[in-house]
Design a protein around this ligand. Structure first.
Ligand SMILES: [Zn+2]
Length: 145
């Protein structure tokens, strides 16, 4: 049994990590990760925005497991996906429009995937509240443990 928020576990997949991995990945990315998750994270850096990565790290810090940055669902790439909760998170700048809303509706009706569209400005102003809201939604959409 792995205790929650153990400093010696990967924040993404909960696999055990050693102290060196912990220090290296926390220093570099602010997320304690195993080698596999570090490689995966680095591969997503070119496509992701700094604010998306910041929110991703905040969600992992709240103990959310199975979050994916820049997740491709076979139809589109979403900023952050939490697969166990069938939840997609999109950070919207001022230039997001009607096409995005159609994609959101498509996901909900076709696959019961809920898309939370959160304005960039909300995350910039109060990332803690944004992460707390998402954590609450995840808890509502995951089966009780
Ligand atoms: Zn991992």
């Amino acid at each position: 049994m792995i205790p929650a928020n153990n400093l010696d576990n990967c924040m993404c997949c909960a696999d055990p990590i050693d102290y060196r991995e912990y220090v290296d990945t926390m220093d570099s990315f602010g997320i304690a990760m195993c080698q596999h998750c570090t490689r995966n994270y680095i591969s997503k850096l070119p496509q992701s925005e700094p604010l998306e990565r910041k929110l991703y790290a905040a969600l992992l810090g709240k103990g959310i497991k199975g979050a994916e940055l820049q997740y491709f669902d076979g139809f589109k790439t979403v900023d952050i996906a939490i697969l166990s909760a069938r939840l997609h998170i999109e950070l919207d700048g001022p230039n997001h429009g009607l096409a995005d809303k159609w994609r959101t509706n498509y996901s909900l009706t076709q696959s019961d995937v809920l898309t939370l569209r959160i304005p960039d400005s909300v995350v910039l102003e109060d990332i803690e509240s944004a992460a707390a809201l998402i954590t609450k939604v995840v808890s509502l959409r995951q089966p009780a443990a």
